[in-house]
Design a protein. Structure first.
Length: 285
């Protein structure tokens, strides 16, 4: 009788265990059905992160089973992440792939799809009390080369110009070299600050000038027009305003449908393009 009772007890425990496993499996499956799949990861520069997050939220509202995971980075790492397959989509503030990454892409035999999605203004900012309203692009170039180093040479007071630059490894620095300096040599007499705080540094210093994306400007700094054009959407569309850069989305040829579909959404006037206003950018037409 003892053996029979023990055997029955073991069988009972086994049945209970199997039932518990089955119930756990059903419960887990039900929970998983309620969780979105991570369908696409996106790297984006900080300057355009608000646009990307706004567009991603709108896309996920339309595609509730999809999760677009957005992380901030910079244009170089966006390109690099896509080429090395560590991210699905790269957002960039340039349509030019860095030469080192282009070589890496060729060695890996990867084909990158690159689609322009918007135009972003880059602006010169000065202290709110500075009476200057406009500079020519040539005058700005001379400030950055050091040919002009005193505000009196620009029609203001007799005071040295404090030039504030972003760090060397920054897409904005590349832009300054290409568009502002245009082959000229940068003056060594400058202060280096993170792009996010250049606006604050200028707002604190009546003699300062800096160059930042329009979306980073606060009410405490004054934006200058360049060559007589203000950095508004119409002047960006017509490219009358001379300091701008093209925003783009990039991904690998042959990427999954969700990747290509979200990239397409970013280019649609009734889709992601509506959120370019979050960064004061103009759509590509």
């Amino acid at each position: 009788m003892t053996d029979c009772n023990a055997s029955g007890t073991r069988i009972g425990r086994l049945i209970f265990s199997l039932m518990a496993v089955a119930l756990f499996s059903v419960s887990t499956a039900s929970a998983e059905e309620k969780v979105r799949d991570v369908a696409a990861t996106v790297r984006t520069p900080r300057t355009i992160a608000a646009f990307v997050r706004g567009a991603a939220e709108a896309y996920m509202a339309q595609q509730p089973e999809t999760l677009i995971s957005v992380m901030t980075s910079n244009s170089y790492r966006s390109f690099k992440g896509v080429i090395e397959r560590t991210t699905d989509i790269g957002m960039t503030a340039s349509v030019d792939i860095p030469p080192t990454l282009r070589r890496d892409m060729q060695l890996r035999k990867e084909n990158l799809i690159l689609k322009p999605i918007g135009i972003e203004a880059v602006v010169a900012v000065v202290h709110a009390t500075n009476p200057i309203k406009n500079l020519t692009l040539e005058q700005l170039r001379q400030v950055f080369t050091g040919e002009i180093s005193n505000w009196k040479d620009l029609g203001y007071k007799d005071a040295p110009i404090t030039l504030i630059m972003p760090p060397p490894v920054d897409a904005l620095t590349d832009f300054i070299y290409e568009t502002v300096l245009d082959g000229g040599h940068l003056t060594p007499k400058l202060n280096v600050s993170d792009t996010l705080v250049i606006d604050d540094k200028v707002a604190e210093n009546p003699n300062a000038i800096g160059v930042i994306p329009l979306s980073f400007v606060t009410k405490d700094a004054k934006v200058l027009s360049i060559d007589g054009f203000v950095p508004n959407v119409d002047n960006l569309k017509s490219k009358s305003y001379p300091m701008y850069r093209t925003l783009a989305v990039t991904y690998l040829d042959g990427a999954p449908h969700t990747v290509t579909d979200f990239a397409k959404f970013l280019t649609e006037p009734k889709g992601g393009q509506k959120y370019l206003g979050l960064i004061k950018a103009a759509p590509i037409e």
